[in-house]
Design a protein around this ligand. Sequence first.
Ligand SMILES: Nc1ncnc2c1ncn2[C@@H]1O[C@H](COP(=O)(O)OP(=O)(O)OP(=O)(O)O)[C@@H](O)[C@H]1O
Ligand SMILES: [Mg+2]
Length: 296
Amino acid sequence: MIGPASGRASLHHGKPYSPVTTVPRRPPADVIVPKVALDSISLSYKTTSGERLLALDNISLEVKAGEFLCIVGPSGCGKSTLLHLIAGLHPQTSGNVFVDGTPVNGPGTDRILIFQELGLFPWLTVGGNIEFGMKMKNIGKAEREEKVQYYLRLVHLSKFRDSYIHQLSGGMRQRVALARALATDPDVLLMDEPFAALDAQTRDLLHDELERIWAETGRTIIFVTHNVREAVRLGDRVALLTFRPGQVKQEFPVNLPRPRHMEQPDVARTAGTILDCLRTEINKSLEAEYADEKNR
Ligand SMILES: Nc1ncnc2c1ncn2[C@@H]1O[C@H](COP(=O)(O)OP(=O)(O)OP(=O)(O)O)[C@@H](O)[C@H]1O
Ligand SMILES: [Mg+2]
């Protein structure tokens, strides 16, 4: 059975004994620092009319090292915004984002965001795309070559190393994006609806591959999706966000054995429970949209 690689979690260590400190204060050895922690995060955007729109409201969430967390919620509830904050691409209005206990103040090579649009470079080959991030990190040629070969094998694209992006299928492009992200050695993979545009068979294959890669590499994954069954298929836990402003409405641990399949009855049952909860939020979002239309 595949499980989170909790062994990669770092531990708090107390300061060494000092004669000045009469009672050394040591945090208990079993206090594990979460890989990612969101502490009372709120974020408001300035709209074009000059008003402030509260997108995220007081979100607190912890993700363990090696955990696979899925986030679901109605459209516009702030899921992408949340990933952007963790990636350090946008500052929150209040609260803190921590990675390994350290506040996030900007982008870092320990985290990588895979957008739905992928952002692959059409002028580079598959190999060139995978190598790109490593070049930016000034990794030497020999190590780059070794890693390109390793990640091409991992995503089953060794034969396509010299192909250009337009010569690949949608599923293959997703795998290149995944290999390129993994090659920069991030601890945390942030994935924003990466498989939404794929056909069901390709998506199922990529689920299997992502799960295998996650198990082999022990990365922490935060995965946003509209598809509740996909969230249950992949996640150790599913966090459900409310309609705007996004708050964590409920968290659902998924204890079903792996590997799972989207069509499995127990996956469908668990997804059904989450969907009941999500429907209330989707209805609120639709009501708000209709109200906006009427007021125009
Ligand atoms: N740069 C921005 N400026 C102003 N408002 C923004 C900006 N980015 C997002 N928003 C607003 O913040 C809210 C949350 O947007 P976000 O893209 O995070 O939602 P989402 O949950 O990812 O939606 P979807 O499921 O449709 O992708 C939306 O109301 C959106 O209009
Ligand atoms: Mg989004």
